[in-house]
Design a protein around this ligand. Structure first.
Ligand SMILES: Nc1ncnc2c1ncn2[C@@H]1O[C@H](COP(=O)(O)OP(=O)(O)O)[C@@H](O)[C@H]1O
Ligand SMILES: [Mg+2]
Length: 608
């Protein structure tokens, strides 16, 4: 029983994917889906009908010939009707299957589906929990889905239409063949079994290499990325490592080629032997009916129909199986897409969240907070602190101490493992996240460099307001205005190398622009998690110093691994191995002569 289930599991899974795709298509455009499969069905039936008209044509021709031999008269009306019907049906079949199904509906469905699939995909990504985005497995899944979603899912629907067409034709020919002899369609189907079995045995091997994510495939993707990244190419030039990397790339290619080649050999075997057996069986069936024709029990037209239907049933049955395989192989990739869409929501919001109301600087408090990531890595233990409204605070500590994790918890990208986070004395889990994000402006170490205009780079901080004046003010406060004025089109200059005429900025200039974006949002809480770590300590100190002046009466949270750049903060928290070991003002901490004082003196020397 278990074995049977295992055998059929791939098909059950395939049909569940197919159902999802059809539901998705239905949701997108009902008429299009109906049109697509209706024309498929009509075309399949029309081909069978053409065989029928041929039967009547032949029988009537033979009749007419007998009569005609004796008396010379005009062409019988019935012949004209049958002949005309044949071409009309042919025309309908051609129009539906070619013009409408394969050209119009197929292309339309493809274009529309591609847009729909990717739009849905990016909506999902935009609302995905950060925990998924930081999880390598989920990232891998997202990359796989993105690489295949534009063609595999539409291909699956197309192979289903071929499959559907083969099944309709098979059923029709099956029924017609029964009228010639009950046993005939069964023997025809039996003759197709060797092919089905071989196909089931080897067919999946051939297709599953990419889908199963053989370890080599990921390597190949990685190499392709690496070998086309400008920074990597630059480094490879100097280290002269490109030859070695290319050799590794080629080894992976060769290895995968071999993996793919073996099943191909089997595949060729499938395609060679069974058809020979099949041809012999079909010949035997047709041969067995010849005596009936000679005896006059079977008309020549009917005999022609019989042969056509035998061909049709055996061809379409095999076609159904091959198209099933095609559907299966496309279905493997459709999995990736739906797996992404079905990634669960980890951060759950209350049905009736607490509304904070006025968007002013809030009190932020951590009470005995401990946190571990889902991989079991304990990062924060028993942290407590409080940030008063409008306070300027700084978190300092070495790399890996847990600073960014604290920030991620403030943003509720993750939920605490123990303890609680209170915003104006309300648990963060009771807030509506969209409201909470109105309070927060954040810049992370890997902030975005938008390859749009300077204006867009700033205005994206708050798409709801379009104020030219405030854009310029933000640029002045962040110190970006100076270099913007020198750009060829000033605020209309397109940045980055993505598009033609894009101006490239230095790291420091991008940072100032990002800070201008954060200013423009005017959130009551601004968090800077080391967006300035790529520039030198002195420049970081200057930026922090300016920020503290510009962000008066609002909460400013600075994060740095440099002890020497945050000394003007109202309160400094020292994060060390997931604990807050010291806190106070610069003077208090220096007086205490602990880790802060030691690190400050060591690092300050660096730039004095
Ligand atoms: N998404 C994650 N999953 C598992 N471990 C993580 C994740 N993010 C960070 N860590 C680990 O948590 C620790 C603290 O990281 P982080 O808070 O980023 O430190 P900091 O910002 O102080 O440099 C590090 O050991 C890091 O490897
Ligand atoms: Mg960090």
């Amino acid at each position: 029983m278990k074995k049977i289930r295992e055998l059929f599991y791939p098909s059950i899974h395939l049909f569940s994917n197919l159902r999802k795709m059809l539901v998705l298509g239905w949701e997108m455009d009902k008429k299009l889906i109906i049109g697509y499969y209706l024309t498929t069905g009509i075309a399949a039936i029309a081909i069978i009908l053409t065989s029928f008209t041929l039967k009547y044509l032949i029988d009537n021709l033979l009749n007419a010939q007998k009569i005609q031999l004796n008396t010379a008269s005009s062409i019988p009306f019935i012949l004209i009707v049958v002949l005309g019907a044949r071409y009309i049906i042919n025309l309908i079949s051609g129009l539906t299957s070619w013009t409408f199904q394969q050209i119009y509906f197929d292309y339309l469905l493809r274009y529309k589906l591609q847009n729909y699939l990717s739009y849905k995909f990016y909506i999902k990504l935009a609302t995905l929990d950060i925990a998924h985005l930081e999880n390598p497995e989920a990232q891998d899944l997202i990359a796989k889905a993105r690489d295949t979603m534009l063609w595999r899912p539409p291909d699956m629907l197309r192979s289903f239409s071929y499959f559907f067409s083969s099944v309709v034709s098979s059923i029709a020919s099956f029924i017609i063949l029964i009228s010639f002899g009950f046993w005939i369609p069964f023997v025809v189907l039996l003759s197709a079994i060797p092919l089905l079995v071989l196909r089931a045995k080897y067919g999946t091997i051939q297709w599953s290499i990419w889908g199963s994510g053989a370890p080599g495939i990921r390597k190949l993707w990685y190499f392709s990325n690496l070998l086309s990244t400008p920074t990597a190419l630059r480094e490879m030039k100097i280290f002269k490592s490109s030859e070695e990397l290319l050799r590794k790339f080629k080894n992976t290619q060769d290895h995968l080629f071999e993996l793919n080649r073996k099943p191909l050999k089997n595949y060729v075997r499938i395609l060679t032997f069974p058809p020979i057996l099949e041809a012999a069986v079909l010949f035997a069936i047709a041969y067995s009916q010849l005596p009936h024709v000679l005896a006059g029990a079977l008309s020549i037209g009917s005999f022609t129909l019989l042969i056509n239907m035998i061909d049709s049933l055996s061809g379409q049955a095999v076609g159904a199986v091959l198209n099933f395989g095609e559907m299966y192989s496309n279905g493997l990739f459709v999995d990736h897409y739906f797996d992404v869409l079905e990634l669960p929501k980890l951060i759950k919001e209350k049905d009736k969240p607490h509304i904070l109301g006025k968007i002013t600087p809030p009190k932020i408090e951590f009470r005995n907070v401990s946190f571990e990531y889902s991989n079991g890595h304990k990062v924060l233990s028993n942290i407590s602190f409080s940030i008063a409204p409008g306070e300027n605070v700084a978190f300092v500590g070495e790399n890996g101490a847990g600073k960014s994790t604290i920030i991620k918890l403030i943003c509720r990208f993750y939920d605490v493992t123990e303890g609680e986070i209170l915003i104006n004395d309300v648990n963060i889990k009771d807030l509506a996240l969209s409201e909470w994000y109105d309070f927060l402006g954040t810049l992370f170490q890997d902030f975005v460099q938008y390859h749009f205009t300077v204006r867009d780079n700033i205005a994206l901080g708050n798409p709801n307001k379009q104020s030219e004046k405030e854009i310029k003010e933000a640029a002045i406060k962040s110190g970006a205005a100076d270099f913007i004025e020198e750009l060829p089109l000033k605020y209309d200059t397109i940045l980055g190398r993505e598009f033609e005429d894009g101006e490239e900025l230095s790291v420091g200039q991008w940072q100032k622009l990002a800070i201008a974006r954060a200013f423009y949002e005017e959130a009551p809480v601004l968090i800077l998690d080391e967006p300035t770590s790529a520039i030198d300590a002195e420049a970081e100190y200057e930026i922090f110093n300016n920020l503290e002046k510009a962000y008066e009466n609002k909460t400013l949270i600075l994060v740095s691994h440099r002890f020497s750049t945050v000394r003007n903060a109202h309160k400094i928290f020292i994060v060390d191995h997931g604990e807050i070991t010291e806190q106070g003002t610069h003077e208090e901490l220096m007086h205490k002569d602990g880790k802060y004082a030691k690190m400050f003196n060591a690092q300050a020397k660096g730039y004095q």
